[in-house]
Design a protein. Structure first.
Length: 156
C-alpha cells in the first residue's frame, strides 16, 4: 500500500511539473493523423476522488503478434469527485519497442456517472504512444474536463 501511495505521489509530482504550456507543446508534436495500430488492451480501473481523483488498476496488453503483457496503472485527475469502477478496452498505436508502452499518459476528458455510464478517451505518452479507450463505468462520480495523468508499468 505504501508503495502505491508513493507511486501516486510521483505521478502527482510529474503531472504538476509537466502541466501547462510545456506539456501541451510536447503532445502537439505527436501526430494524431498517422496512427498505426500495434495491439489492443483490456483493463479495470478504480477511481476515487474528492476534488482530486486517484485512479488505480491493471490490464493486459495484447500485441498484434498475439504476445500478451500484464500492466498496472496508477494516476490522478483534477476536478473529480466520487467513486467508480471502470472496465476499459481499446487500441494501442505507434508502439515499436515494448518498453515505450510504459510511461505517464496524459489526456483530458469529462464524465458523469450515476450508477452506470459509458465513455471514450484518447491519451498519449512522451514517446507518442497513443491509447484509445472505451469504457463502461459503475458508481457515482463527476469528472470535469480537466487534465489528468496515469502511469503505466508492466507487472510481468
Amino acid at each position: 500500500m505504501i508503495g502505491k501511495l508513493l507511486r501516486v505521489l510521483s505521478v502527482v509530482a510529474v503531472g504538476i511539473a509537466f502541466s501547462g504550456v510545456a506539456r501541451a507543446d510536447e503532445h502537439e508534436s505527436c501526430d494524431r493523423e498517422k496512427l498505426v495500430q500495434s495491439g489492443t488492451f483490456q483493463a479495470h480501473l478504480t477511481r476515487v476522488g474528492f476534488i482530486v481523483g486517484v485512479r488505480w488498476g491493471d490490464g493486459i496488453l495484447t500485441l498484434n503478434n498475439g504476445e500478451q503483457h500484464k500492466f498496472d496503472m496508477l494516476g490522478l485527475k483534477l476536478i473529480e469527485t466520487g467513486v467508480a469502477d471502470m472496465d476499459l478496452e481499446g487500441e494501442i498505436y505507434n508502439l515499436k519497442k515494448l518498453a515505450d508502452f510504459e510511461g505517464v499518459y496524459y489526456g483530458s476528458s469529462a464524465a458523469a456517472t450515476l450508477v452506470k455510464g459509458k465513455g471514450e478517451a484518447m491519451a498519449n505518452n512522451s514517446k507518442c504512444i497513443f491509447v484509445r479507450a472505451r469504457g463502461t463505468t459503475a458508481g457515482l462520480q463527476l469528472s470535469a474536463p480537466a487534465p489528468g495523468g496515469i502511469q503505466i508499468k508492466f507487472s510481468d
